[in-house]
Design a protein around this ligand. Sequence first.
Ligand SMILES: *Cc1c(COP(=O)(O)O)cnc(C)c1O
Length: 427
Amino acid sequence: MRCLSTRGRAEPVALTEALRRGLAPDGGLYLPEEWPRLHPSQWPSADALPEVAVGVLKPFFAGEALASQLPALCAAAFSFPAPLRPLGRGDFLLELFHGPTGAFKDYAARFLAQVWRELRSDQRVVVLVATSGDTGAAVAAAFHRLPGFQVVVLYPEGRVSPRQAAHLDGFGENVLTLRVAGSFDDCQALVKALLTAAEVAGRRMTSANSISLGRLLPQIAYYAQAALGHWQRAHRPLSFIIPTGNLGNALACVLARAMGLPIGEIVIALNENRVLAEYFAGAPYRPRPAQRTLANAMDVGAPSNFERLRHLFPDERALRAALRADWVSDAEIRETIASVWRRHCLALCPHTAVGMAVLARLRASGEERDFAVAATAHPAKFAEIVEPLIGEPVPVPEALRAAWSRPSRALRIEPSLAALEALLSAQ
Ligand SMILES: *Cc1c(COP(=O)(O)O)cnc(C)c1O
């Protein structure tokens, strides 16, 4: 399938080329030219996530050389489940945190790594990723020990949680983790500068940030599986509440619904960075600097995927009708973690708590439809926030415990391109 840039000044390219490139040459984001619609007779069985993934991704890959590899790519990328946990009264939790780094970003990072592995030529590829937490670990884990790839992760020293830092620091081998004495913006600026310098020098460098279409498309799979499974059991559409920062995860749900899957409402749940809540309430779109909150992976003041949403819905009224949005304070995040623990004996990460707080508000206003909240990270990753609120330790999955107890291999650098280039050439 052909893909277009949101800015409309780049040539259309085949999906494979869009997956290879990440950003379009005009600075825009790629989107498929049209949305395949799946008639109910074409809906895949909801039993196994890899098969659902193949079923929903196949139309995008039609005519591409990668199409025949799709079952193998999906088997490797979707090798852990996304269970839909019923909480009673039509409330559900869609658990997206059973992957190797305990966050939903594992699905897309692993899919991208599998695709790039298929597309690789003989030259070694350097994958750069600036991270404020979960993305870096997911990308590093997905490419760890993959022959032909070197990953360079940059994160702001002291600005990620202790367990996130332990995870990022422990990879080694083909993953170089850099603790940058600066902010997340410094890390992103370094990645951009290095990519520009590499292009000039003809080196193969690329970035794995959330604007790649290869991070967006695979996420359709778990919404499809949850909605299809619910449809088969209850014969009703399932609505979703999605904790949101850059809109990457929520956009995948919008795309799943556009494909004709049985999805009702889509509500985006924000922390105090409430630009999108104001927009969907009718105000003009006003991006601004991010504010720090307890749900740090959602501390985004200028959501990058808004550009895709606008491209999909050029008419503002149609866009405002497609989604609803609500936002939650840090105090409400704390209250929700405590109250869900009391009611269900269930520990939530702060991001998931944002979604559950929005669901509680909908229920209080009389909403009766079936709603699933996307649980975006494992609560153990944020133990320093969660444990004091629930009064006991959060059990840690074995894979995460092992990842957090590796010795640190990270290096510290000043936020300067010269320092980074010197370090990379010494590798
Ligand atoms: C990245 C992340 C989010 C936000 O996802 P977007 O796709 O940026 O909207 C929410 N929760 C967690 C745990 C994350 O890591």
